[in-house]
Design a protein around this ligand. Structure first.
Ligand SMILES: [Zn+2]
Ligand SMILES: [Zn+2]
Length: 477
């Protein structure tokens, strides 16, 4: 991955304005001699004097300082069984509120949720300490719209670490923000309330609530704060950050490989099922990320259960037809690449045209065999001919069309393929026209003449040298 200049950093214009949760660090106002044009900090190189201005200190506090302090503290904080169970449960509740709520419900509108479910997601998603719904969803829509470009907030082409956490560490240039429509978020009362009160939500749901449950429940106030609060949020952070990093880094691309998103079970295991990210970027408003029953997508299962109990409705899915179209096209692309690496012989239209007399004369110097108007040099194949030397030698200098196509032995598909790699010319005359027809015939049963790599597609049994009924050989007369 190539590191890019600071001038091309994606930015967070909207994000800064929209968020009180993870705002971008303020840059200094323009210097007083007003004649100097104002230059945003991201346009300036890092120096010993200005490096601290490049850092988003609020984000750094929330995603690095607090986790590091808390996890260090955890070493000296005994973990009792009840607190461990609670921390794990709270990890799951807050994590799934990000994937099921922030991501699939609000960022992608993949389904509709009833008010109690929205309140649940807004509260527990807030406890994941990843910004307000409004900020998070806006940034995520930008990511989908501008994937892998400078406007992608977590552009993986700037490196794995950048897409995982670096994008939040550095200040961004508001002028370079990608724009998306968030009018639906702006009119959602839950989203508006949570955005306005995010600091409160963060403090209560991120730290106080998990602490109070353990404290009031079994007297483990400190364990509740450290294990169910800070350690838990650190794990949730990195689990969900993996959707931006790992899901754009490892795995397969069954639907489209032109951009970075990938499918991998490992990423799915870490991200509550968000690891089928190639599918997700192709079909973003589908409530599923995994489409096979055996693939791990607990977020999808949970949404399905919410539907069954009446808390969710309008679950969006793309048609199986649209999904399979993508699979077919991607497989075709891979086949085309594979085809391009193989030797199919010189294309018929590029072969030199020979007179029949020339063919016969040259046959005295090298082993030329004429089949269906195409001249083949079999000199290096005589020894290896499965039917024996004598048979192949009997065709040298002759039209062996009938012999090859069943007169003596109806050669296999593989034999026709092998033969095509030995093409050296075509014969002028009546047969010449037939050869062009055959060149077309090589593409029969298909409207595609050339594949995406600009190679002609030769289907099994349709090679130019294959004729349906044995013909009389030209020199038999
Ligand atoms: Zn993505
Ligand atoms: Zn998404």
């Amino acid at each position: 991955m190539v590191a890019e200049t600071s001038s091309s950093q994606p930015d967070q214009t909207d994000l800064r304005q929209r968020s009180v949760a993870v705002p971008v660090a303020e840059s200094p106002a323009p210097a007083s001699p007003a004649h100097k044009p104002y230059v945003h900090i991201t346009e300036k190189p890092f120096t010993l004097q200005n490096w601290h201005q490049h850092i988003n200190w609020l984000n750094v506090t929330l995603i690095i300082v607090i986790p590091v302090v808390g996890c260090t503290w955890a070493v000296f904080t005994p973990l009792c069984r009840k607190t461990a169970l609670w921390a794990f449960l709270y990890y799951y509740m807050t994590g799934i509120s990000i994937t099921g709520g922030y991501h699939r419900l609000w960022a992608h509108r993949a389904y509709s949720a009833r008010l109690p479910l929205k309140i649940f997601f807004a509260a527990f998603g807030g406890g994941a300490v990843e910004g307000s719904i409004r900020w998070w969803s806006a940034g995520h829509r930008v990511h989908h719209r501008y994937t892998d470009t400078d406007r992608d907030p977590y552009n993986v082409r700037r490196g794995l670490l950048y897409s995982h956490i670096g994008w939040m560490v550095f200040v961004k240039n508001p002028k370079k923000a990608g724009r998306v429509d968030i009018s639906d978020l702006n009119t959602d009362p839950i989203v508006k309330w949570q955005h306005r009160n995010y600091v409160l939500v963060l403090a209560v749901m991120g730290f106080l609530f998990p602490m109070a449950v353990a404290g009031l429940g079994w007297g483990d106030w400190k364990g509740g704060l450290i294990w169910a609060g800070v350690v838990r949020l650190t794990v949730v952070h990195h689990a969900t950050f993996c959707v931006n990093s790992l899901a754009h880094w490892i795995g397969d691309q069954p639907f489209d490989d032109r951009r970075s998103p990938r499918d991998h079970v490992l990423t799915a295991l870490v991200t509550f099922g968000e690891g089928y990210h190639n599918f997700h970027h192709e079909f973003p408003s589908d409530y599923r990320n995994a489409i096979k029953w055996y693939q791990y997508d607990p977020t999808k299962w949970l949404i399905w259960i919410f539907k069954k109990v009446g808390l969710a409705s309008d679950l969006q899915t793309f048609s199986q037809n649209a999904i399979e179209q993508g699979i077919v096209q991607q497989r075709q692309k891979k086949l085309d690449k594979w085809r391009s690496r193989l030797n199919w012989g010189v294309p018929l239209e590029l072969l030199p045209v020979m007179e029949f007399e020339d063919f016969q004369a040259q046959s005295k110097e090298r082993a030329l065999v004429l089949i269906a108007g195409v001249v083949h040099d079999v000199t290096n194949f005589i020894e290896g001919h499965p039917g024996g030397k004598a048979l192949i030698q009997s065709g040298i200098g002759k039209d062996a069309t009938a012999i090859f196509n069943g007169g003596v032995y109806d050669h296999s598909n593989a034999a026709h393929n092998l033969l095509s790699t030995m093409r050296v010319g075509v014969i002028r005359g009546g047969m010449e026209v037939e050869v062009w027809k055959m060149a077309q015939r090589e593409n029969k049963d298909s409207t595609i003449k050339l594949d995406s790599e600009k190679n002609s597609i030769v289907r099994a049994g349709s090679q130019a040298t294959r004729i349906s009924a044995p013909v009389m050989s030209a020199d038999a007369a």
